[in-house]
Design a protein around this ligand. Structure first.
Ligand code: AMP
Ligand code: ZN
Ligand code: FE
Ligand code: FE
Length: 283
């Protein structure tokens, strides 16, 4: 069984539409794939409708979380799986983050324009195509204008990585863990050691998240070196959490391929036995 629990479609900052993503997942030899777009469930329906025979879809999302208990606060990504998408308090939080992402994009474009870098909001919106707005869409607009050569280059400190980086209104992470649990889902801390993306999560915070109801840690991820993976695995074991592995596929917005890292089938069985919100869908 090959299980990939973290992918993005055009519903956020991936470049494959959900239906094409499902076909690609089957072609890549996956048995189970999770669709985890940033702060949205908008891609679920199209993914379910396009499920090839034999492929199982785990419906999920990657929530933009933040720990406000330290100065400066710490941004982190929380994968949420098999939660009830109609649970109002969670729906409201997701809508709030998406709204904040729209405003942030507008403000980043204004900052760029103030420095005579001429990209427009309609251009950026066209790259987002109605999906959750993210910095990769601004990166695409910069590439489109020939200002940078790649998405990676657009995330350099002189561009979106620092100079033109603005905060968005992330969900308080303890609230996020609680809401996912209330919605019958399970939560997994995404790429806790992915430092190059500004998301190193201190172990002490992971301990607090475990107490709050976190279910697992993403250990195997392309942004983790072998020492990180081992560290996260041991931490998960010590805290009674599960360790997952996944690609974090983004289509052409990243170089990683579907199934680049995978999750142990026993961990997956544990996940579907724990979640009470919704069930995986088999094509
Ligand atoms: P945002 O959520 O809008 O702040 O943008 C973060 C997204 O950009 C994440 O989904 C990352 O996958 C992507 N990202 C972050 N850093 C990089 C990078 N250095 N190169 C390419 N993509 C990146
Ligand atoms: Zn992304
Ligand atoms: Fe992430
Ligand atoms: Fe992701």
């Amino acid at each position: 069984m090959r299980i990939d629990l973290h992918t993005h479609s055009t519903a956020s900052d991936g470049t494959d539409p959900p239906d094409a993503l499902m076909r690609d997942a089957a072609a890549a030899g996956l048995d189970v794939v999770a669709l985890t777009d940033h702060d949205t469930t908008a891609g679920w329906q199209a993914a379910v409708a396009a499920l090839p025979p034999g492929l199982t879809l785990v419906r999920g999302a990657e929530l933009s979380g933040r720990w406000y208990g330290s100065e400066p606060s710490i941004g982190l990504h929380l994968l949420a799986y098999l939660f009830d998408p109609g649970y109002d308090p969670l729906v409201a939080e997701l809508a709030n983050v998406r709204r904040s992402r729209d405003i942030r994009a507008e403000n980043i474009v204004a900052l760029l324009n103030a420095d005579d870098i001429d990209i427009t909001l309609p251009e950026v919106r066209a790259y987002a195509a109605g999906g959750t707005m993210g910095r990769p869409h601004i990166a695409r607009a910069l590439i489109g204008r020939g200002l940078v050569g790649s998405v990676d280059e657009a995330f350099a400190p002189e561009w979106l990585g620092r100079r033109y980086r603005l905060p968005k209104a992330d969900i308080d992470v303890l609230t996020a863990v609680r809401l996912v649990e209330e919605a019958g889902g399970v939560s997994v801390l995404a790429h806790p050691r992915a430092g190059s993306r500004g998301h190193i999560v201190p172990d002490s915070l992971i301990v607090d998240l475990a107490v709050a109801g976190l279910w697992g840690l993403e250990a195997d991820h392309v942004d983790h070196v072998p020492e990180d993976r081992e560290h996260v695995r041991l931490l998960a074991r010590d805290l009674g959490l599960r360790a997952t592995g996944s690609s974090d596929y983004h289509g052409d917005n990243k170089t990683v391929r579907l199934g680049a890292c995978t999750t142990d089938p026993l961990v997956y069985e544990d996940m579907i036995a724990t979640a009470t919100g919704i069930a995986p869908v088999r094509g």
